[in-house]
Write a protein that binds this ligand. Structure first.
Ligand code: DGL
Length: 256
């Protein structure tokens, strides 16, 4: 048993979509969320820059007592997960990857759309998973240009946001995809906008949130790290940005 928090890290608000899944799947666990904020977006940064930022953030979560860390950011996972695991070998670290495997296995039209950041779409694990499961599947990859910025600045409902979503989602619809993978943890906050663009087309939109909840649960069991039944879970939010940003993180975590 261990009542220390699970650390959850992202470049900003995106990892809150994973935080929600963790909170739902593991209501007894304390969660310590670090949304960098100051250096967001990570998507077009170099691997070296992201490694440095991720090492600092994950190191901070571990210093503050995190018993397990979820890198709730596809981009940081793609650039830094191997480095993080070798730098912090005593702490289980879970990464996030675009759900390309289930998408390829379940697509009926054999056409799949993937939305992610530039760095994630170049990630080694993404490319090897794609090579392994993507045979015979046409995969249409697109960077969600401007998506992260829209979520970071609370502009999900703006007309301009609908336009930037249209720009990348309509070509996927025209290609006949039946699954769109949200390969960035910021994008689930735009799910309702994507659904609006998808309209009546038979397209499933999937992300990795639920799978991560299951993975964390099984790791806690494996390492005997789960919280005790009488634990009173604490929810803490930290950032390298301003106090105002930190309060917005807190509010967004629980917003409907
Ligand atoms: N939320 C992130 C991801 O899952 C990173 C977005 C960004 O900072 O560019 O990829």
């Amino acid at each position: 048993m261990n009542n220390n928090p699970i650390g959850v890290y992202d470049s900003g608000f995106g990892g809150l979509s994973v935080w929600r899944e963790l909170h739902r799947a593991l209501p007894n666990e304390s969660l310590l969320y670090l949304g960098d904020g100051k250096n967001c977006p990570y998507g077009s940064k170099s691997v070296e820059q992201i490694r440095e930022l991720a090492e600092r953030a994950v190191g901070e979560l571990i210093d503050r007592g995190a018993k397990l860390v979820v890198v709730a950011c596809n981009t940081a996972t793609a650039a830094a997960i191997t480095h993080l695991r070798s730098t912090f070998p005593d702490t289980p670290i879970v990464g996030l990857e675009p759900a390309i495997k289930p998408a390829c296995l379940e697509s009926k039209t054999r056409k799949v759309g993937v939305l992610a950041t530039e760095r994630s779409l170049k990630g080694e694990k993404f490319l090897t998973t794609l090579a392994k499961y993507g045979e015979g599947v046409e995969v249409f990859k697109s960077v969600g240009e401007g998506f992260v910025e829209a979520v970071e600045s609370n502009r999900e409902e703006d007309a301009q946001t609908l336009e930037i979503v249209r720009k990348v989602v309509e070509p996927m619809i025209a290609q006949g995809v039946d699954i769109i993978v949200l390969g960035c943890t910021h994008y689930p906050f735009l799910r309702h906008v994507i659904e609006r663009v998808v309209g009546d087309h038979q397209i499933r939109i999937i992300d990795s949130g639920e799978a991560v909840g299951k993975r964390v649960k099984s790791l806690l069991d494996e390492f005997g790290l789960g919280a005790s039944a009488d634990n009173e879970p604490q929810m803490e939010f930290i950032t390298y940005s301003s106090e105002e940003y930190r309060l917005r993180l807190m509010a967004k975590a629980v917003e409907k």
